[in-house]
Design a protein around this ligand. Structure first.
Ligand code: ADE
Ligand code: ZN
Length: 326
């Protein structure tokens, strides 16, 4: 199995449905409405998906719950060959944006990540991520949590949630605070809105990566600007197809973006929601675009180069990839 690097993974969105059902049973919560008869998460569209996601997250109450979640998620990632992963963490769900509570959640997540690294060799880093539709005020509190814990483990700051609501510039204060704390920046854009949304994220937030960004393809001059500036796209093909942005992988613009010189990376976003894994993403792309091992190896290497971790960790990961292809 090829070693892989994942840059765009929402920790709660990666929770196996059986794990959430187990927590709900322990806590005597009725979450039957968010699952279908087969036991999978059930939703009708992206906005319903966000509601189901937040309902599932209701079961995750304590730092210990987050530690267990982290172990469950990293076991799935490691089984797919992932050697390095960055996940989105939201103080909204981890302690209600209270800094000292957030520190406790983070501690539990880091201990679980250390245990996974010892067991499976998988390396995890965190990106603190406010939720766009929770609004700029909460994002400010989230940015303060991020700034307090910025370092060699919390390495980035992002923005997820409903792209149709508000504008990137509404979050400029939070992104400025995160940048001043030394965090690297990314923002979901070009998933539910077109090129203008991607332009605004780059211009108004100064991000160096874009979550998704695929709808930049609707304006080739923007695609060229992204390629020229070296802005990296965190592409999640299976997510885009599952949510109906493109009818099939063959219709997905990842190959066109790559051919035009954009640094594309591949991730799963919220794997059980979209019936995907990193192994399935790579296999699906090989099938849809006739990509061979050298194409997939190049995607993994581009992902490692775009990682927000410290240079030593990045070099270590790149060496692991090189060894697999030697
Ligand atoms: N949160 C979890 N998954 C997301 C996605 N695909 N877009 C925006 N916010 C998200
Ligand atoms: Zn996402």
């Amino acid at each position: 199995m090829l070693p892989k690097v994942e840059l765009h993974l929402h920790l709660e969105g990666a929770a196996p449905p059986a794990f959430i059902r187990g927590l709900a049973a322990e806590k005597k919560m009725d979450l039957s409405g968010i699952f279908n008869a087969a036991g999978d998460y059930s939703y009708t569209d992206f906005w319903h998906f966000l509601k189901v996601y937040e309902a599932a997250t209701e079961t995750l109450k304590s730092p210990e719950d987050y530690g267990r979640l982290t172990r469950a998620v990293l076991a799935e990632s490691a089984a797919s060959g992932v050697v390095y992963s960055e996940c989105f963490l939201s103080p909204d769900f981890c302690g209600g944006r209270d800094v000292s509570a957030w520190r406790e959640f983070l501690q539990a997540i880091r201990e679980a990540a250390d245990a996974a690294e010892r067991a499976d060799g998988i390396v995890l880093r965190g990106i603190v991520t406010p939720i766009r539709h929770f609004g700029p005020e909460k994002a400010r509190e989230t940015a303060l949590c991020a700034a307090e814990t910025a370092g060699d483990w919390i390495v980035g700051f992002g923005l997820a949630g409903d792209e149709k609501i508000l504008e990137p510039k509404d979050f400029a204060w939070s992104f400025d605070a995160a940048r001043e704390a030394g965090l690297r920046l990314t923002c979901h854009a070009g998933e539910w809105r077109g090129p203008e949304s991607v332009r605004a994220a780059i211009r108004d937030l100064g991000v160096e990566r874009i979550g998704h960004g695929v709808r930049a393809i609707e304006d080739l001059s923007l695609v060229d600007e992204i390629a020229e500036a070296g802005v990296v796209l965190e592409v999640c093909p299976g997510s885009n197809v599952a949510l109906g942005i493109y009818p099939s992988l063959k219709d997905h613009p990842i190959a066109a973006l790559r051919a035009r010189g954009v640094a594309v990376t591949v991730s799963t976003d919220d794997p059980p929601f979209f019936h995907t894994t990193m192994e399935r993403e790579y296999a699906g792309l090989a099938d849809a675009f006739d990509w061979d091992e050298s194409d997939l190896g190049a995607i993994a290497a581009a992902s490692a180069r775009a990682a927000f971790c410290d240079p030593d960790t990045r070099e270590r990961i790149l060496k692991r990839l090189e060894k697999a292809h030697a």
